[in-house]
Design a protein around this ligand. Sequence first.
Ligand code: C2E
Ligand code: CA
Ligand code: CA
Length: 409
Amino acid sequence: MPAREPEPGAEELLVIDDDPDAGEFIRHLGMNAGYRVTITSSFQEFKTVYADRASIIVIDLMMPDVDGVEVLRFLRSKKCSAGLILVSAVDQRIINSVSHLARRQGLCVIRGMQKPFAPNKFAEILNNASAEFEKLEDTRSAERRHETSGVVTAAEISNALERDEFRILYQPKITIGNENFLSVEALLRWQHPVLGLLRPRQFIHVAESDGLIDRLTEVVMARSFPRLAQWLKGGLDIYLSLNLSPRSLVALDLPDRVAQRAQVHGLPAERIILEVTESWLISDVVPALDVLSRFRIKGFGLSIDDFGTGYATLGQLREIPFTELKIDRSFISGARANEDARTIADSSVRLGRRLKLNVVAEGVETLDDWKLVKNLGCDMAQGYFIAKPLRGDDVADWFIGWRARADIA
Ligand code: C2E
Ligand code: CA
Ligand code: CA
């Protein structure tokens, strides 16, 4: 079937692929999808032709004179804003990691595909490329807005502490197959008078590097401990998790301060779980080990957060008296589409269970995720499918609704 002639003003599809057959094949599909197509078969030719006009660029990751990573570096130096389709006969895993790298560098990857690709599949991607590209652009600019709105200074955080602008939301974490009790994780929010409700990633790093993090931890305790006491008094069988910054683990008196606060509100230590991310394990572990051991001796629960994203070794997992392991949400929501993510989730569950830890899946967003974490054998689950972070006043009512829902399911 002869390819259609492009309309005047058609968008450009630029291809770099050393294999002439693949090039012609893409030309045909591209023209049928209404693109003006330019094929190049070497990096030299690509660089000459490139003029930041193309809306879509197809890149073969493996060519004799250049590899895809170098092409991406070139595009980044040109601040390329085209939608990229990465193709190659190499392992899908390599394509995935190069896509990841490109996105981290601010390039817009629409899709990574393994060769040989089915003509229908490629045609479909080209036909939907503009829509997908716009969607990606929308999220990217939303993220950029988010990031720029997050530029706050230590002085502003200090002021906000004085003006009492910090709030806590509570996200439920439920036990799969047992609706009798509930855990909630305290998540910090800043009700900024101008910028609105800010999430931790917009200010925590500033607080950490400017020595304000301990004051934030104090605020979290000051707000959530009376709340926990109130829930327990009201007859709720409930546990509370707090996030501790790795930076706080150097303060040797931290366990005493937390225990003291708990005591003031008559809270048994067993009701409080402290979450720390894996990331501290790369720094000086001795003070942290001291602090963590003393938390356990005092009876608090200890959770290793974002498991799978850091550098914990199996030996460290055994040495540190953790009681809980939270599998990072990227492996749970990623498991749907990505076999490697599923494998990591699966082995994390097995590892956690062998070490007799309470295994929690984070980021359960859909019914499919929920089924998956049940099948994997996780003990607990947390995520938007179960509940978004809630206001303290709404937790008890939410729990009544959840128990009714879980009964039916
Ligand atoms: P985290 O401990 O991993 O907390 C979970 C984060 O994932 C929360 O974001 C939560 O709103 C979000 N989340 C929950 N369910 C889902 C889901 O199904 N899908 C997706 N995509 N996201 C979900 P948030 O509240 O923005 O907190 C971000 C991080 O900030 C937390 O990650 C934690 O590391 C840190 N953080 C939160 N509160 C505190 C705090 O009081 N102190 C310290 N040091 N860090 C905190
Ligand atoms: Ca956490
Ligand atoms: Ca986490």
